[in-house]
Design a protein around this ligand. Structure first.
Ligand code: NDP
Ligand code: GDP
Length: 340
């Protein structure tokens, strides 16, 4: 039975990757950092029905001793380094933490592998944010990077360290330059989930409006379940390498709003307002990936359209809020849908 170790197992991708690997007969282990809110840890794994099937180990990515002990104990065949301070907006408020976890944390993991399990295959969660102020209209593995946030700078450091450990020590280290990917398990602070959650609240009469920042920015959005499959495929190749993973379709925040509100029969322009306080100090205006290399070498292609993903996310948020309403107000007497 192959063994995988996942950092960031409690996050969106960690949960989908766990499910994917379990379906392929892996023993799945994860790094779990201590939290005072232990009762809500593992919600995403529970949502996908796999919490009881993974083995969680106490540790923190920035604590080499805990990481090293876990790698020694688990002896993984594959290591997926997904843990990060992953929210771009927060990285301007917490640049040192972001640099430590998102940047240096990668090297801590690489060191643990080099010392305790050098034959393991290593995946680094790199990001399209590294392209930042884009140098080519469509981004590939050969497009020069121009990071625009402390998050992106930290990811770029981790990306090059992953390449460097491959070239310096002959470790099997691959890096996936993944464009934005979403799902019902996306963190609520990211714009897609913030929108689908807002749509559900407004539809159910729990909110009147949704406040966003830059509506003109464009992203190349795919589904997390498709993207974790690409991660795994990268580690099944004879040679380690770097791959862009994207859908090749770029959509604005405004267009995403139109799709999500349209899903419940509402016109987004009646409910969305903007607040300059949500604009970023430096914006990544547009991202548009070309995943030809992943398609040709890995046989990877996305299976889900943006429209299908938006529908799934809106439905999930409606179901979550309906479940909360039924707990708070069993009769639902005073809670009426916005368009009732
Ligand atoms: P999430 O924010 O959902 O998950 C981040 C994970 O990292 C959580 O499990 C979190 O744990 C964990 N973590 C944070 N700090 C530490 C720490 N000090 N020690 C141990 N664990 C820690 O991210 P996603 O699942 O969306 O993304 C996975 C990875 O892919 C991230 O590295 C992200 O930057 C990168 N990426 C994501 C993209 C996307 O569109 N989703 C695009 C490109 C790259 P806890 O639950 O305790 O907070
Ligand atoms: P990112 O691409 O990793 O930064 O993912 P986000 O989902 O956080 O942001 C995607 C884009 O949406 C960025 O260009 C943001 O400026 C834009 N955006 C507009 N309004 C909002 C908002 O209210 N929240 C977030 N998170 N992003 C917003």
């Amino acid at each position: 039975m192959p063994t995988a170790l996942i950092t960031g197992i409690t996050g969106q991708d960690g949960a989908y990757l766990s499910k994917f690997l379990l379906q392929r007969g892996y023993a799945v282990h994860g790094l779990l950092r201590r939290s005072a809110s232990a009762d809500v840890i593992g919600e995403r794994l529970r949502w996908l029905g796999v919490l009881d099937r993974v083995t969680l180990h106490d540790g923190d990515l920035v604590d080499l001793s805990s990481v090293l002990r876990i790698v020694q104990a688990v002896q993984p065949d594959e290591v997926y380094n997904l843990a990060a301070q992953s929210f771009v907006h927060a990285s301007w408020q917490q640049p040192l933490l972001t640099g430590t976890v998102t940047g240096l944390g990668n090297v801590i993991m690489l060191e643990a592998v080099r010392i305790a399990r050098p034959q393991a295959r290593f995946y680094q969660a790199s990001s399209s944010e590294m392209f930042g102020k884009i140098q080519q209209s469509v981004q590939t593995e050969r497009t020069p990077f121009y990071p625009r946030s402390p998050y992106a700078v930290a990811k770029l450091y981790a990306h090059w360290m992953t390449v460097n450990y491959r070239e310096s020590f002959g470790l099997y280290t691959s890096s996936g330059i993944l464009f934005n990917h979403e799902s019902p398990l996306r963190g609520i602070e990211f714009v897609t989930r913030k929108i689908t959650d807002g749509v559900a609240r407004i539809k159910l009469g729990l909110a009147r409006e949704l406040t966003l920042g830059n509506l003109e920015a464009k992203r190349d959005w795919g589904h997390a379940a498709d993207y974790v499959r690409a991660m795994w495929l990268m580690l099944q190749q004879d040679q380690p390498d770097d791959y862009v993973v994207a859908t090749g379709r770029s959509t604005s925040i405004a267009e995403f709003c139109a799709m999500a509100f349209g899903q419940v029969g509402l016109d987004w322009r009646e409910y969305v307002r903007t607040d300059a306080g949500l604009l970023r100090p430096a914006e990544v205006q547009v991202l548009h990936g070309d995943a030809s290399k992943a398609r040709e070498r890995l046989g990877w292609a996305p299976s889900m359209t943006l429209e299908e993903m938006v529908a799934e996310m809106v439905d999930a948020d409606l179901a979550r809020h309906r479940a909360r309403i039924s707990v708070v107000q069993p009769t639902g007497a005073s809670l009426r849908p916005a368009q009732a």
